[in-house]
Write a protein that binds this ligand. Structure first.
Ligand code: HEC
Ligand code: HEC
Length: 414
Protein backbone atom coordinates (compact mmCIF):
# COMPACT_ATOMS: atom_id res chain seq x y z
CA UNK A 1 0.00 0.00 0.00
CA UNK A 2 2.71 2.35 1.05
CA UNK A 3 4.70 1.77 -2.12
CA UNK A 4 1.71 2.28 -4.42
CA UNK A 5 0.97 5.56 -2.68
CA UNK A 6 4.59 6.60 -3.09
CA UNK A 7 4.57 5.78 -6.77
CA UNK A 8 1.40 7.76 -7.20
CA UNK A 9 2.95 10.79 -5.57
CA UNK A 10 6.03 10.39 -7.74
CA UNK A 11 3.90 10.11 -10.86
CA UNK A 12 1.96 13.22 -9.92
CA UNK A 13 5.06 15.21 -9.02
CA UNK A 14 6.72 14.31 -12.31
CA UNK A 15 3.53 15.25 -14.04
CA UNK A 16 3.35 18.55 -12.21
CA UNK A 17 6.89 19.38 -13.21
CA UNK A 18 6.34 18.50 -16.83
CA UNK A 19 3.15 20.52 -16.83
CA UNK A 20 4.98 23.56 -15.53
CA UNK A 21 7.65 23.00 -18.14
CA UNK A 22 5.04 23.04 -20.86
CA UNK A 23 3.75 26.36 -19.58
CA UNK A 24 0.28 25.12 -18.64
CA UNK A 25 -2.37 22.99 -20.24
CA UNK A 26 -4.18 23.87 -23.42
CA UNK A 27 -7.50 25.54 -22.70
CA UNK A 28 -10.58 24.03 -24.27
CA UNK A 29 -12.57 26.43 -26.38
CA UNK A 30 -15.91 25.80 -24.73
CA UNK A 31 -16.86 29.43 -25.08
CA UNK A 32 -18.51 29.78 -28.42
CA UNK A 33 -18.79 33.46 -29.21
CA UNK A 34 -22.44 34.32 -29.51
CA UNK A 35 -23.58 35.26 -32.97
CA UNK A 36 -26.75 36.77 -31.58
CA UNK A 37 -27.50 40.24 -32.83
CA UNK A 38 -27.74 41.33 -29.22
CA UNK A 39 -24.22 40.37 -28.24
CA UNK A 40 -21.66 43.10 -27.93
CA UNK A 41 -19.87 44.15 -31.10
CA UNK A 42 -16.70 42.22 -31.95
CA UNK A 43 -14.61 42.04 -28.81
CA UNK A 44 -10.86 41.94 -28.82
CA UNK A 45 -9.85 38.27 -28.42
CA UNK A 46 -7.11 39.34 -26.03
CA UNK A 47 -9.74 40.83 -23.71
CA UNK A 48 -11.88 37.68 -23.96
CA UNK A 49 -8.87 35.55 -23.07
CA UNK A 50 -8.14 37.77 -20.06
CA UNK A 51 -11.75 37.43 -18.96
CA UNK A 52 -11.61 33.66 -19.34
CA UNK A 53 -8.47 33.45 -17.22
CA UNK A 54 -10.13 35.60 -14.54
CA UNK A 55 -13.32 33.55 -14.62
CA UNK A 56 -11.44 30.27 -14.29
CA UNK A 57 -8.44 31.05 -12.16
CA UNK A 58 -8.67 34.40 -10.32
CA UNK A 59 -9.36 34.39 -6.58
CA UNK A 60 -9.04 38.17 -6.20
CA UNK A 61 -7.03 37.38 -3.06
CA UNK A 62 -9.92 35.48 -1.43
CA UNK A 63 -7.43 33.11 0.21
CA UNK A 64 -7.79 35.56 3.08
CA UNK A 65 -11.27 34.11 3.65
CA UNK A 66 -10.88 30.48 2.56
CA UNK A 67 -7.47 29.92 4.14
CA UNK A 68 -6.89 32.44 6.93
CA UNK A 69 -10.47 32.52 8.24
CA UNK A 70 -12.15 29.25 7.19
CA UNK A 71 -8.93 27.14 7.21
CA UNK A 72 -10.16 25.04 4.29
CA UNK A 73 -6.57 24.14 3.39
CA UNK A 74 -6.38 22.10 6.61
CA UNK A 75 -9.69 20.40 5.88
CA UNK A 76 -8.63 19.47 2.36
CA UNK A 77 -5.25 18.13 3.47
CA UNK A 78 -6.77 16.09 6.28
CA UNK A 79 -9.94 14.69 4.83
CA UNK A 80 -10.76 15.53 1.21
CA UNK A 81 -9.57 12.74 -1.08
CA UNK A 82 -10.64 12.95 -4.74
CA UNK A 83 -13.53 10.54 -4.22
CA UNK A 84 -14.92 12.79 -1.48
CA UNK A 85 -14.27 15.90 -3.59
CA UNK A 86 -16.19 14.40 -6.52
CA UNK A 87 -19.01 13.35 -4.20
CA UNK A 88 -19.62 16.96 -3.13
CA UNK A 89 -19.68 17.96 -6.79
CA UNK A 90 -16.19 19.32 -7.35
CA UNK A 91 -15.04 18.76 -10.94
CA UNK A 92 -11.66 17.88 -12.40
CA UNK A 93 -10.38 19.48 -15.61
CA UNK A 94 -9.14 16.48 -17.63
CA UNK A 95 -7.20 18.77 -19.96
CA UNK A 96 -4.97 19.84 -17.08
CA UNK A 97 -3.97 16.23 -16.43
CA UNK A 98 -0.74 15.07 -18.03
CA UNK A 99 -0.68 11.60 -19.68
CA UNK A 100 1.05 9.92 -16.71
CA UNK A 101 -1.79 10.96 -14.41
CA UNK A 102 -4.48 10.00 -16.90
CA UNK A 103 -2.85 6.58 -17.14
CA UNK A 104 -2.55 6.31 -13.36
CA UNK A 105 -6.23 7.07 -12.83
CA UNK A 106 -7.18 4.59 -15.57
CA UNK A 107 -5.14 1.71 -14.21
CA UNK A 108 -5.91 2.49 -10.58
CA UNK A 109 -2.30 3.14 -9.55
CA UNK A 110 -3.28 6.66 -8.54
CA UNK A 111 -5.40 6.44 -5.42
CA UNK A 112 -8.62 8.40 -5.50
CA UNK A 113 -9.03 7.83 -1.77
CA UNK A 114 -5.94 9.73 -0.59
CA UNK A 115 -6.04 13.46 0.23
CA UNK A 116 -2.48 13.59 -1.14
CA UNK A 117 -3.94 13.01 -4.59
CA UNK A 118 -6.23 16.01 -4.11
CA UNK A 119 -3.20 18.12 -3.27
CA UNK A 120 -1.41 16.78 -6.34
CA UNK A 121 -4.45 17.71 -8.46
CA UNK A 122 -4.47 21.20 -6.95
CA UNK A 123 -0.77 21.50 -7.77
CA UNK A 124 -1.65 20.67 -11.37
CA UNK A 125 -4.37 23.36 -11.25
CA UNK A 126 -6.88 20.67 -12.25
CA UNK A 127 -9.66 21.17 -9.69
CA UNK A 128 -12.27 23.44 -11.29
CA UNK A 129 -12.81 26.59 -9.24
CA UNK A 130 -10.17 25.91 -6.58
CA UNK A 131 -6.74 27.53 -6.60
CA UNK A 132 -4.17 25.96 -4.32
CA UNK A 133 -0.64 26.96 -3.41
CA UNK A 134 1.41 23.84 -2.82
CA UNK A 135 4.82 24.17 -1.18
CA UNK A 136 7.37 21.55 -0.28
CA UNK A 137 7.65 21.45 3.49
CA UNK A 138 9.90 18.84 5.08
CA UNK A 139 10.13 17.10 1.73
CA UNK A 140 6.35 16.77 1.39
CA UNK A 141 3.97 18.62 -0.89
CA UNK A 142 1.85 20.72 1.44
CA UNK A 143 -1.21 22.82 0.68
CA UNK A 144 -0.52 26.20 2.24
CA UNK A 145 -3.17 28.46 0.63
CA UNK A 146 -6.47 27.81 -1.08
CA UNK A 147 -8.99 30.12 -2.68
CA UNK A 148 -12.05 29.88 -4.93
CA UNK A 149 -12.89 31.29 -8.36
CA UNK A 150 -16.09 31.96 -10.31
CA UNK A 151 -15.69 28.59 -12.04
CA UNK A 152 -16.41 26.78 -8.76
CA UNK A 153 -20.14 27.44 -9.12
CA UNK A 154 -20.50 28.49 -12.77
CA UNK A 155 -18.52 25.80 -14.61
CA UNK A 156 -18.88 22.09 -14.89
CA UNK A 157 -17.19 19.46 -17.06
CA UNK A 158 -18.47 17.21 -19.84
CA UNK A 159 -17.65 13.94 -17.99
CA UNK A 160 -15.75 12.77 -21.08
CA UNK A 161 -13.07 11.05 -19.01
CA UNK A 162 -15.16 9.81 -16.07
CA UNK A 163 -18.07 11.17 -14.03
CA UNK A 164 -16.89 14.55 -12.74
CA UNK A 165 -13.73 14.52 -14.86
CA UNK A 166 -13.71 16.04 -18.33
CA UNK A 167 -13.42 19.21 -20.38
CA UNK A 168 -14.53 22.48 -18.86
CA UNK A 169 -17.95 23.89 -19.74
CA UNK A 170 -17.74 27.53 -18.65
CA UNK A 171 -20.98 29.24 -17.75
CA UNK A 172 -22.83 25.97 -17.12
CA UNK A 173 -24.02 26.03 -13.52
CA UNK A 174 -22.58 23.23 -11.40
CA UNK A 175 -25.79 21.73 -10.08
CA UNK A 176 -23.89 18.81 -8.53
CA UNK A 177 -21.88 21.13 -6.31
CA UNK A 178 -22.88 21.30 -2.67
CA UNK A 179 -21.25 24.57 -1.58
CA UNK A 180 -22.98 24.55 1.80
CA UNK A 181 -21.70 21.07 2.69
CA UNK A 182 -18.20 22.12 1.64
CA UNK A 183 -18.17 25.33 3.68
CA UNK A 184 -19.67 23.48 6.67
CA UNK A 185 -16.46 21.43 6.87
CA UNK A 186 -14.63 24.52 8.11
CA UNK A 187 -13.42 24.19 11.70
CA UNK A 188 -13.94 27.93 12.15
CA UNK A 189 -17.76 27.83 12.16
CA UNK A 190 -20.12 27.30 15.08
CA UNK A 191 -22.74 24.54 15.06
CA UNK A 192 -25.68 26.83 14.26
CA UNK A 193 -23.92 28.30 11.20
CA UNK A 194 -22.88 24.85 10.02
CA UNK A 195 -26.49 23.70 10.30
CA UNK A 196 -27.58 26.49 7.93
CA UNK A 197 -24.87 25.61 5.39
CA UNK A 198 -25.78 21.93 5.60
CA UNK A 199 -29.45 22.73 4.94
CA UNK A 200 -28.85 24.05 1.39
CA UNK A 201 -28.21 20.90 -0.62
CA UNK A 202 -26.81 20.29 -4.08
CA UNK A 203 -26.73 23.05 -6.69
CA UNK A 204 -27.80 25.76 -4.25
CA UNK A 205 -26.16 28.63 -2.46
CA UNK A 206 -27.49 31.60 -0.52
CA UNK A 207 -25.54 34.67 -1.63
CA UNK A 208 -27.05 36.87 1.08
CA UNK A 209 -27.04 34.69 4.22
CA UNK A 210 -23.71 36.00 5.48
CA UNK A 211 -25.03 39.56 5.21
CA UNK A 212 -28.67 39.46 6.31
CA UNK A 213 -28.64 36.26 8.39
CA UNK A 214 -31.70 34.87 6.57
CA UNK A 215 -31.70 31.41 5.08
CA UNK A 216 -33.15 30.85 1.60
CA UNK A 217 -30.79 29.10 -0.82
CA UNK A 218 -30.88 29.95 -4.53
CA UNK A 219 -30.17 27.62 -7.41
CA UNK A 220 -26.82 28.40 -8.99
CA UNK A 221 -27.88 29.99 -12.29
CA UNK A 222 -26.18 29.77 -15.68
CA UNK A 223 -23.60 32.45 -16.45
CA UNK A 224 -24.30 31.96 -20.18
CA UNK A 225 -27.00 33.41 -22.41
CA UNK A 226 -26.92 36.85 -20.78
CA UNK A 227 -25.93 39.00 -23.77
CA UNK A 228 -28.45 41.81 -24.26
CA UNK A 229 -30.04 41.38 -20.82
CA UNK A 230 -29.70 44.48 -18.70
CA UNK A 231 -31.08 43.15 -15.41
CA UNK A 232 -28.77 40.72 -13.66
CA UNK A 233 -29.72 38.09 -11.03
CA UNK A 234 -33.18 36.68 -10.45
CA UNK A 235 -34.21 39.93 -8.80
CA UNK A 236 -32.57 42.16 -11.40
CA UNK A 237 -30.36 43.86 -8.83
CA UNK A 238 -27.73 45.02 -11.30
CA UNK A 239 -27.90 46.58 -14.75
CA UNK A 240 -24.85 44.73 -15.91
CA UNK A 241 -22.97 41.58 -15.02
CA UNK A 242 -20.06 43.56 -13.59
CA UNK A 243 -22.31 44.86 -10.79
CA UNK A 244 -23.00 41.35 -9.56
CA UNK A 245 -19.47 40.12 -10.20
CA UNK A 246 -18.21 42.82 -7.85
CA UNK A 247 -20.88 41.80 -5.33
CA UNK A 248 -19.98 38.09 -5.40
CA UNK A 249 -16.25 38.67 -5.72
CA UNK A 250 -16.15 40.87 -2.62
CA UNK A 251 -19.04 39.81 -0.37
CA UNK A 252 -19.19 36.06 -1.10
CA UNK A 253 -15.83 34.92 -2.40
CA UNK A 254 -14.05 37.30 -0.05
CA UNK A 255 -11.86 38.88 -2.70
CA UNK A 256 -10.00 42.10 -2.01
CA UNK A 257 -11.95 45.20 -2.99
CA UNK A 258 -15.16 47.03 -2.12
CA UNK A 259 -18.86 46.65 -2.76
CA UNK A 260 -21.47 49.13 -1.63
CA UNK A 261 -25.25 49.04 -2.24
CA UNK A 262 -27.40 51.69 -0.51
CA UNK A 263 -30.65 49.88 -1.41
CA UNK A 264 -29.77 46.94 0.88
CA UNK A 265 -27.28 48.67 3.15
CA UNK A 266 -24.55 46.23 2.15
CA UNK A 267 -21.14 47.87 2.44
CA UNK A 268 -18.13 45.57 2.46
CA UNK A 269 -14.43 46.23 2.01
CA UNK A 270 -11.85 43.46 2.16
CA UNK A 271 -8.16 44.20 2.36
CA UNK A 272 -6.50 47.50 1.64
CA UNK A 273 -5.80 46.67 -2.00
CA UNK A 274 -8.29 46.31 -4.87
CA UNK A 275 -7.79 43.09 -6.83
CA UNK A 276 -11.19 43.19 -8.54
CA UNK A 277 -12.08 46.49 -10.22
CA UNK A 278 -9.52 46.36 -13.02
CA UNK A 279 -10.65 42.84 -13.98
CA UNK A 280 -14.39 43.49 -14.24
CA UNK A 281 -14.61 44.71 -17.87
CA UNK A 282 -12.83 41.66 -19.35
CA UNK A 283 -14.67 39.30 -16.99
CA UNK A 284 -17.99 40.70 -18.15
CA UNK A 285 -16.97 40.53 -21.81
CA UNK A 286 -16.11 36.86 -21.41
CA UNK A 287 -19.47 36.03 -19.83
CA UNK A 288 -21.33 37.92 -22.54
CA UNK A 289 -19.53 35.74 -25.09
CA UNK A 290 -20.93 32.55 -23.56
CA UNK A 291 -24.05 31.56 -25.44
CA UNK A 292 -26.66 29.19 -24.07
CA UNK A 293 -26.00 25.61 -25.21
CA UNK A 294 -28.21 24.17 -27.96
CA UNK A 295 -30.44 21.24 -27.00
CA UNK A 296 -28.86 17.89 -27.93
CA UNK A 297 -30.09 16.37 -31.19
CA UNK A 298 -33.17 14.23 -30.64
CA UNK A 299 -33.83 15.56 -27.15
CA UNK A 300 -37.28 16.97 -28.05
CA UNK A 301 -40.07 16.37 -30.53
CA UNK A 302 -39.98 19.27 -33.06
CA UNK A 303 -43.57 18.85 -34.20
CA UNK A 304 -44.92 18.92 -30.66
CA UNK A 305 -42.55 21.84 -29.88
CA UNK A 306 -44.06 23.85 -32.75
CA UNK A 307 -47.53 23.27 -31.29
CA UNK A 308 -46.12 24.16 -27.87
CA UNK A 309 -44.82 27.47 -29.22
CA UNK A 310 -48.39 28.35 -30.19
CA UNK A 311 -49.52 27.57 -26.63
CA UNK A 312 -46.64 29.70 -25.28
CA UNK A 313 -47.72 32.67 -27.38
CA UNK A 314 -51.45 32.00 -27.04
CA UNK A 315 -53.47 30.28 -24.31
CA UNK A 316 -50.46 29.98 -22.00
CA UNK A 317 -49.89 33.78 -22.11
CA UNK A 318 -46.21 33.06 -21.45
CA UNK A 319 -44.99 35.53 -24.06
CA UNK A 320 -46.61 38.43 -22.25
CA UNK A 321 -43.51 38.32 -20.01
CA UNK A 322 -41.14 35.94 -21.81
CA UNK A 323 -40.89 38.18 -24.89
CA UNK A 324 -38.28 39.11 -27.50
CA UNK A 325 -35.19 37.22 -28.63
CA UNK A 326 -34.03 36.39 -25.11
CA UNK A 327 -37.58 35.51 -24.02
CA UNK A 328 -37.67 38.07 -21.23
CA UNK A 329 -39.13 41.54 -20.66
CA UNK A 330 -36.32 42.24 -18.19
CA UNK A 331 -35.08 45.30 -20.04
CA UNK A 332 -38.39 47.09 -19.63
CA UNK A 333 -39.80 45.91 -16.28
CA UNK A 334 -39.48 43.69 -13.23
CA UNK A 335 -42.36 41.86 -11.53
CA UNK A 336 -43.65 42.05 -7.96
CA UNK A 337 -43.61 38.76 -6.02
CA UNK A 338 -47.40 38.49 -6.41
CA UNK A 339 -46.95 38.04 -10.18
CA UNK A 340 -44.58 35.09 -9.97
CA UNK A 341 -45.56 31.47 -9.42
CA UNK A 342 -42.43 30.51 -7.46
CA UNK A 343 -43.44 32.18 -4.20
CA UNK A 344 -44.13 31.42 -1.39
CA UNK A 345 -40.63 30.05 -0.90
CA UNK A 346 -40.18 26.40 0.09
CA UNK A 347 -39.56 25.41 3.73
CA UNK A 348 -40.93 28.66 5.10
CA UNK A 349 -37.96 30.68 3.79
CA UNK A 350 -38.46 34.46 3.57
CA UNK A 351 -39.35 35.95 0.18
CA UNK A 352 -36.08 36.19 -1.75
CA UNK A 353 -37.25 39.37 -3.42
CA UNK A 354 -37.72 40.98 0.01
CA UNK A 355 -33.99 40.47 0.66
CA UNK A 356 -32.90 41.98 -2.65
CA UNK A 357 -32.21 45.51 -3.85
CA UNK A 358 -35.29 45.66 -6.12
CA UNK A 359 -37.83 43.66 -4.05
CA UNK A 360 -39.02 42.25 -7.39
CA UNK A 361 -38.26 39.42 -9.80
CA UNK A 362 -36.82 39.46 -13.29
CA UNK A 363 -38.55 37.34 -15.92
CA UNK A 364 -36.01 34.57 -16.43
CA UNK A 365 -34.43 34.24 -19.88
CA UNK A 366 -35.28 30.78 -21.20
CA UNK A 367 -32.51 29.68 -23.59
CA UNK A 368 -30.65 26.56 -22.47
CA UNK A 369 -33.49 25.50 -20.13
CA UNK A 370 -32.92 21.83 -21.01
CA UNK A 371 -29.52 22.07 -19.32
CA UNK A 372 -30.32 23.50 -15.91
CA UNK A 373 -33.08 21.83 -13.91
CA UNK A 374 -34.37 22.52 -11.25
CA UNK A 375 -36.23 25.71 -12.15
CA UNK A 376 -37.15 29.08 -10.62
CA UNK A 377 -34.86 31.07 -8.33
CA UNK A 378 -35.46 28.67 -5.45
CA UNK A 379 -35.45 25.47 -7.50
CA UNK A 380 -39.06 24.80 -6.47
CA UNK A 381 -39.92 23.11 -9.81
CA UNK A 382 -37.80 19.98 -10.33
CA UNK A 383 -38.75 19.54 -14.01
CA UNK A 384 -40.21 21.50 -16.94
CA UNK A 385 -43.41 19.46 -16.48
CA UNK A 386 -43.60 20.83 -12.93
CA UNK A 387 -43.02 24.37 -14.23
CA UNK A 388 -45.91 24.11 -16.67
CA UNK A 389 -48.24 22.49 -14.13
CA UNK A 390 -47.42 25.22 -11.62
CA UNK A 391 -48.30 27.95 -14.14
CA UNK A 392 -51.44 26.11 -15.21
CA UNK A 393 -52.80 25.84 -11.69
CA UNK A 394 -51.57 29.10 -10.13
CA UNK A 395 -52.56 31.22 -13.15
CA UNK A 396 -55.75 29.18 -13.83
CA UNK A 397 -54.80 28.77 -17.49
CA UNK A 398 -57.07 25.79 -18.13
CA UNK A 399 -54.56 24.11 -20.46
CA UNK A 400 -55.30 20.52 -21.53
CA UNK A 401 -52.80 17.75 -20.80
CA UNK A 402 -51.92 17.73 -24.51
CA UNK A 403 -51.27 21.50 -24.48
CA UNK A 404 -49.05 21.14 -21.43
CA UNK A 405 -47.08 18.27 -22.98
CA UNK A 406 -46.54 20.35 -26.15
CA UNK A 407 -45.47 23.36 -24.11
CA UNK A 408 -42.86 21.23 -22.32
CA UNK A 409 -41.47 20.10 -25.70
CA UNK A 410 -41.19 23.74 -26.74
CA UNK A 411 -39.35 24.66 -23.53
CA UNK A 412 -36.96 21.75 -24.13
CA UNK A 413 -36.20 23.13 -27.60
CA UNK A 414 -35.02 26.57 -26.44
C1 HEC B 1 -20.51 29.88 -4.26
C2 HEC B 1 -21.12 29.86 -5.57
C3 HEC B 1 -20.92 31.03 -6.47
C4 HEC B 1 -19.73 31.63 -6.85
C5 HEC B 1 -18.33 31.30 -6.40
C6 HEC B 1 -20.08 32.65 -7.81
N1 HEC B 1 -21.43 32.66 -8.01
FE1 HEC B 1 -22.40 33.67 -9.43
N2 HEC B 1 -24.18 33.16 -8.61
C7 HEC B 1 -24.35 32.26 -7.59
C8 HEC B 1 -25.75 32.26 -7.19
C9 HEC B 1 -26.39 31.40 -6.11
C10 HEC B 1 -26.40 33.23 -7.98
C11 HEC B 1 -27.88 33.62 -7.95
C12 HEC B 1 -28.04 34.97 -7.30
C13 HEC B 1 -29.41 35.58 -7.45
O1 HEC B 1 -30.10 35.35 -8.45
O2 HEC B 1 -29.78 36.37 -6.56
C14 HEC B 1 -25.38 33.75 -8.88
C15 HEC B 1 -25.62 34.69 -9.89
C16 HEC B 1 -24.72 35.00 -10.87
C17 HEC B 1 -25.03 35.72 -12.08
C18 HEC B 1 -26.40 36.22 -12.50
C19 HEC B 1 -27.00 35.36 -13.58
C20 HEC B 1 -28.28 35.93 -14.12
O3 HEC B 1 -29.11 35.15 -14.60
O4 HEC B 1 -28.49 37.16 -14.07
C21 HEC B 1 -23.85 35.86 -12.78
C22 HEC B 1 -23.65 36.55 -14.12
C23 HEC B 1 -22.81 35.26 -11.97
N3 HEC B 1 -23.37 34.73 -10.83
C24 HEC B 1 -21.46 35.26 -12.29
C25 HEC B 1 -20.46 34.96 -11.35
C26 HEC B 1 -19.05 35.32 -11.50
C27 HEC B 1 -18.43 36.00 -12.69
C28 HEC B 1 -18.43 34.89 -10.37
C29 HEC B 1 -16.99 35.13 -9.96
C30 HEC B 1 -16.68 36.55 -9.74
C31 HEC B 1 -19.43 34.20 -9.57
N4 HEC B 1 -20.64 34.32 -10.17
C32 HEC B 1 -19.17 33.49 -8.40
C33 HEC B 1 -23.35 31.46 -7.06
C34 HEC B 1 -21.99 31.72 -7.20
C1 HEC C 1 -46.16 37.63 -15.23
C2 HEC C 1 -44.99 37.36 -16.05
C3 HEC C 1 -44.74 35.90 -16.43
C4 HEC C 1 -45.57 35.06 -17.15
C5 HEC C 1 -46.95 35.34 -17.71
C6 HEC C 1 -44.84 33.82 -17.28
N1 HEC C 1 -43.64 33.91 -16.67
FE1 HEC C 1 -42.25 32.45 -16.54
N2 HEC C 1 -41.15 33.60 -15.31
C7 HEC C 1 -41.47 34.88 -14.90
C8 HEC C 1 -40.58 35.29 -13.85
C9 HEC C 1 -40.60 36.62 -13.14
C10 HEC C 1 -39.72 34.20 -13.65
C11 HEC C 1 -38.61 34.09 -12.60
C12 HEC C 1 -39.20 33.48 -11.37
C13 HEC C 1 -38.20 32.91 -10.42
O1 HEC C 1 -37.00 32.99 -10.69
O2 HEC C 1 -38.62 32.36 -9.42
C14 HEC C 1 -40.10 33.16 -14.57
C15 HEC C 1 -39.48 31.92 -14.65
C16 HEC C 1 -39.82 30.94 -15.56
C17 HEC C 1 -39.08 29.71 -15.75
C18 HEC C 1 -37.86 29.27 -14.96
C19 HEC C 1 -36.58 29.60 -15.68
C20 HEC C 1 -35.36 29.12 -14.95
O3 HEC C 1 -34.25 29.31 -15.49
O4 HEC C 1 -35.46 28.54 -13.85
C21 HEC C 1 -39.71 29.03 -16.77
C22 HEC C 1 -39.28 27.70 -17.33
C23 HEC C 1 -40.85 29.83 -17.17
N3 HEC C 1 -40.88 30.97 -16.42
C24 HEC C 1 -41.74 29.46 -18.15
C25 HEC C 1 -42.96 30.10 -18.34
C26 HEC C 1 -44.04 29.55 -19.09
C27 HEC C 1 -44.03 28.21 -19.81
C28 HEC C 1 -45.07 30.44 -19.03
C29 HEC C 1 -46.45 30.31 -19.58
C30 HEC C 1 -47.22 29.18 -19.10
C31 HEC C 1 -44.60 31.57 -18.21
N4 HEC C 1 -43.32 31.32 -17.81
C32 HEC C 1 -45.33 32.70 -17.92
C33 HEC C 1 -42.47 35.67 -15.42
C34 HEC C 1 -43.55 35.17 -16.14
Amino acid sequence: MKSSKLSLITALSVAAVSLTACGGSGQPESAAVSSSALSSPAIDPVVLEQGKQTFRFDTFGDETKWTDTLRMHEVIAAAVDPATALSVGLKVDAEALPPAVVQGIRDGSISLTSPDTTIALLKLNAVVGLQGTVETIGGKDTLTRVGVTCALCHSTVDDSFAPGIGKRLDGWPNRDLNPGAIIALSPALDAATKAVFNSWGKGKYDPRFNLDGQNGPQVIPPAYGLAGILRITSTGDGEDIAYWNRYVGVTQMGGHGSFSEPRTGVNVTNGTDDLITSKLPALQAYQLSLSAPQPPAGSFDPVAAARGQAVFNGAGTCSTCHSGIELTDANSRLHPPGDVVSEPEPNGAPSYASRSATKQYRTAPLHGLWQHAPYFHNGSAPTLEAVVQTYNSKKSLGLSNADMADLVEYLKSL
